[in-house]
Design a protein around this ligand. Structure first.
Ligand SMILES: C[S@@+](CC[C@H](N)C(=O)[O-])C[C@H]1O[C@@H](n2cnc3c(N)ncnc32)[C@H](O)[C@@H]1O
Length: 171
């Protein structure tokens, strides 16, 4: 598992934010009351959710202390959970379970997705976007853009070049 760097992640917030914004826009729920953002990172995707549903109760979950620390500092009034998705055992159900660019790091999707669906309130929705390049270097480390500028959001082994992969979206 890479170490995430919130400063580096936020440096490319504009480009990185687009898939989360697109995913929020595709959710058909009118007024979900409870929303969880799995792999919320620095909280930018959680902010997208807040912009669309300002009255919803928001929870963000992430297993990176650095990323979650940034999220908590920006929105101390929201609920933040330090946990892996794998270990998460919610005490309540959610109207919307949202996850942008995280679940490709979680194994055994055959069990994961039924489990997440089981955490939804009646009529709720699961909205997921996963980059469609599970094994590509950018999913594992820093890269460089075509100008040679370092890009990426986490450190660790597996440095490589940046690509803009097609995305898989489940709703
Ligand atoms: C690419 S960032 C996406 C952040 C945010 N969803 C967004 O759209 O800006 C992926 C986040 O997933 C988190 N993550 C990766 N694997 C995870 C796991 N198994 N459980 C919880 N969080 C995980 C990382 O710590 C990181 O903050």
């Amino acid at each position: 598992m890479p170490d995430w760097d919130p400063k580096l992640y936020l440096k490319f917030a504009g480009q990185r934010g687009r898939p989360a914004e697109d995913l929020v826009a595709q959710v058909k729920l009118e007024a979900p009351q409870s929303i969880i953002d799995l792999g919320c990172g620095t909280g930018t995707s959680t902010e997208d959710l807040h912009r669309r549903w300002p009255h919803a109760q928001l929870t963000g979950l992430d297993n990176s202390a650095e990323m979650l620390g940034q999220a908590r500092a920006s929105h101390p009034d929201w609920t933040w959970i330090a946990s892996t998705v794998e270990a998460w055992k919610p005490a309540q159900s959610f109207d919307l379970i949202f996850s942008n660019a995280c679940l490709h790091w979680v194994g055994d999707h055959g069990r994961l997705f039924p489990r997440l669906l089981g955490c939804l309130s009646p009529g709720g929705a699961l909205a997921v976007q996963m980059p469609n390049n599970f094994d590509a270097p950018p999913a594992r480390g820093h890269g460089t853009d075509r100008n040679g500028t370092k890009v990426g959001c986490h450190s660790g082994p597996g440095h490589g070049e940046l690509r803009h992969p097609p995305c898989r979206v489940l709703l």
